[in-house]
Design a protein around this ligand. Structure first.
Ligand SMILES: O=P(O)(O)O[C@H]1O[C@H](CO)[C@@H](O)[C@H]1O
Ligand SMILES: O=c1cc[nH]c(=O)[nH]1
Length: 234
């Protein structure tokens, strides 16, 4: 147990799907897993373990932002022997060619965050997912006839900008913005574990279209199904 997670070690699977929203975790667990068991309610950061096509899998919220996913993912990797975390988030489109509900796969995450610098003196502004997990997700998407858009993410500490879209994100060819992948990829690297990040486009910073809070909780089924399918190839 940790200050943030009441689970015993054997209650969490080797693979964890991790949305920011704990209610998205509950929705996916209750709709797609069988034999589910809720292993964490501390701070309402709900976590579930169950079976997906016979394989044990966990789904747990990360909360919003790098400090939050930094805590939960580090504990999962170092105290619960989790091997792989696949973030299943929402993101804002930074380029006009992306539509609401498109599913995006991070091939890298650029950030101004000091998370990696503070955590391990890692000064890299770009962190990377695990290639083998991205390949598993691409294979699952292919099988499901879904198109996955691989691109660089801007992993930001900010949701509401007074100064407009971060020019550094555009200069670094980021196609979407979200708030966790950089810290997750860093934690996977320093612990010798694996990570990937899928996001569904929930809004566009270009067209200003947006989904509702309810859709962000319960309407990201395409992404969930790709992550669930990919977990079988990990
Ligand atoms: O929907 P989730 O997974 O929380 O992801 C995105 O949504 C939150 C902001 O609304 C941030 O956590 C951002 O990364
Ligand atoms: O961080 C995020 C997530 C979704 N949409 C945004 O605009 N930013």
């Amino acid at each position: 147990m940790t200050p943030h997670n009441q689970a015993k070690k054997d209650e969490i699977a080797k693979i964890v799907l991790m949305p920011g929203d704990p209610l998205r975790a509950k929705y996916i667990a209750t709709h797609y897993l069988t034999d589910i068991h809720c292993f964490n309610t501390v701070r309402n950061m709900l976590g579930y373990t169950g079976l997906y096509q016979g394989q044990t899998l966990s789904i747990m919220g990360s909360g919003m932002g790098m400090p939050s996913i930094g805590i939960y993912s580090y504990e999962l990797y170092t105290q619960y022997d989790v091997d792989t975390i696949i973030r299943i988030g929402s993101c804002g489109a930074l380029i006009p060619s992306l539509d609401l509900f498109d599913v995006i796969l991070a091939d890298s995450a650029w950030s101004r965050s000091t998370y990696a610098q503070q955590q391990s003196h890692d000064a890299n502004r770009i962190q990377y997912p695990t290639l083998e997990i991205n390949q598993a997700l691409k294979k699952a998407a292919n099988e499901q006839n879904q198109w996955l858009h691989p691109c660089r993410f801007h992993s930001s500490d900010v949701f509401y900008y007074e100064a407009g879209i971060d020019s550094g994100a555009l200069a670094n060819q980021c196609a979407v913005v979200e708030m966790e992948s950089f810290a997750l990829f860093h934690n996977a690297k320093v612990t010798g574990k694996k990570a990937a990040c899928l996001c569904t486009v929930s809004d566009s910073l270009v067209t200003h279209q947006e989904t509702t809070a309810q859709q962000r909780e319960t309407a990201f089924d395409t992404m969930a199904q790709i992550a669930l399918g990919g977990s079988l190839y990990v």
